[in-house]
Design a binder for this molecule. Sequence first.
Ligand SMILES: Cc1cc2nc3c(=O)[nH]c(=O)nc-3n(C[C@H](O)[C@H](O)[C@H](O)COP(=O)(O)OP(=O)(O)OC[C@H]3O[C@@H](n4cnc5c(N)ncnc54)[C@H](O)[C@@H]3O)c2cc1C
Length: 483
Amino acid sequence: MASTDRSTARADVAIIGAGLSGSCIARQLSAYELDTVLLEKECDVSLGVSRANSGIVHGGFHHNLKYLKSRLEIRGNLMYDRLQRELDFPFKRCGILVVALNDEEMKYIDHLYTQGLENGAIGIEMCSRERMFELEPKLNSDCVGGLHAPGGGVLEPYRFVFSVVESAKKNGVEVLTKFEVERAERANEHYTIHAADGRTVEARYVVNAAGLYADRVSSIFGAEEFTITPRKGEYYLLDRATQAGPQRVLFPVPTKVSKGMLVIPTVEGTVLIGPTAEEIEDKEDLSTNADQLAQILDQARKMVPKVSQTDVITAFSGLRPASGDGDFYIDISKKAPNFIQVAGIQSPGLTAAPAIGEYVKDLLKKAGCSLSEKSDYDPFISKLPRIRDVSPYEADALVASNPAYGNVVCRCEEISEAEIVEAIKRGHATLDGVKYFTRAGMGRCQGGFCSYKIMKLLMRETGMSYREIQKRGAGTELLQDAL
Ligand SMILES: Cc1cc2nc3c(=O)[nH]c(=O)nc-3n(C[C@H](O)[C@H](O)[C@H](O)COP(=O)(O)OP(=O)(O)OC[C@H]3O[C@@H](n4cnc5c(N)ncnc54)[C@H](O)[C@@H]3O)c2cc1C
């Protein structure tokens, strides 16, 4: 990206929002001879909707193909194996079961099965009671049958985004964090985009991938008026020692507003139960509520009776950016020239994200953006060794090459000093940034033992004072002087 002076930069394409959608669009565009800039208001990527969700790569049977979200879900699902080879994130195609608890629910299973077949969901199977118990012995004995979608899987959404962004940066994308788009104007076929802190970016094309705030960003650019309503989903996270961990993701039969509350074996071995679905007004309200959480335990036990409150290590919530008609709104704006809307990206936005990248690249082409492939595009990034994933022999070699691999800082998740230092070097310089990059602080003690050690490493590696250490950006400073 060419800089015209210290604070103004010029790009072909500016993407607003570095969540799953914006990051996958940026990586897709990084394969072409384009100057692309990714603008994010937070201090790190993946801190919006993409931070807290179920992490499921869906199986392609929940929605009819008339919906864009369904078509992109099918395509996105198929792209994950290749992405896993090219990038560095854990992904497991563990499969999905939908559990019917009575004959009425079995009728809906029949509908989901037919829909899955029509959608081309690979290997989808209608299951008898016996087959369900063969696939998942921990199921409630009330189960009468269900659906098996072997193509579904699980991943860690933030690790995926970090990897995608690293790959995009390697291929020339400029990422500007703490860049909150506040104002924009258009002259001479270019938008000038103003950040709240006074920085500006000029761009010929703009992509609005601002998640919960896509409605605000659309109106900043004089594009379509619409409303994004947050729909909260609360979860409980269960320790990996739980007896309730299933082999596959377990769904109940869906309701009208959501896919219901699930039991999810996460890719890192813990178990998630939830989410709820509650329309709220405040786009920043990530609180959890005892009544909702009690419902989650209740619903999860209907599928797996062994779910126990004593296994709970934390509760959290995420907000779905819901639009009016429930579908994704991805299109060239009819009001603002060269402006692409990527809004209403609720579930299955994670599954669809790689396909959203492709789809938006094609929309840009349709809007007149010239796309010529880079001869030196490299889709691969190097995989960072993780001490807990390697054999004792490999661990020995790692420690010999860098003794910091031998210092385990987070005991619950077995994360070494070397991995934490690498996270900081890559710009994840808050406590949450380190947590999402490495998993340090995500285990049974939830950072009780390792947070202060990570703060000391942050100070050592960045030169920050303890007063400057933040949990997640400005206003979340953790320590003050004693009074
Ligand atoms: C509870 C829950 C469960 C889910 N489960 C699944 C699942 O299992 N599988 C699945 O496929 N999908 C799931 N989803 C959906 C998925 O999480 C979303 O579709 C996806 O994260 C949306 O990504 P995004 O990039 O569009 O939005 P975000 O991740 O919100 O990214 C938008 C970014 O824009 C930034 N931004 C906003 N305004 C501005 C501005 N003015 N200037 C600069 N930057 C700005 C934000 O800070 C944010 O980082 C779930 C969602 C929720 C909430």
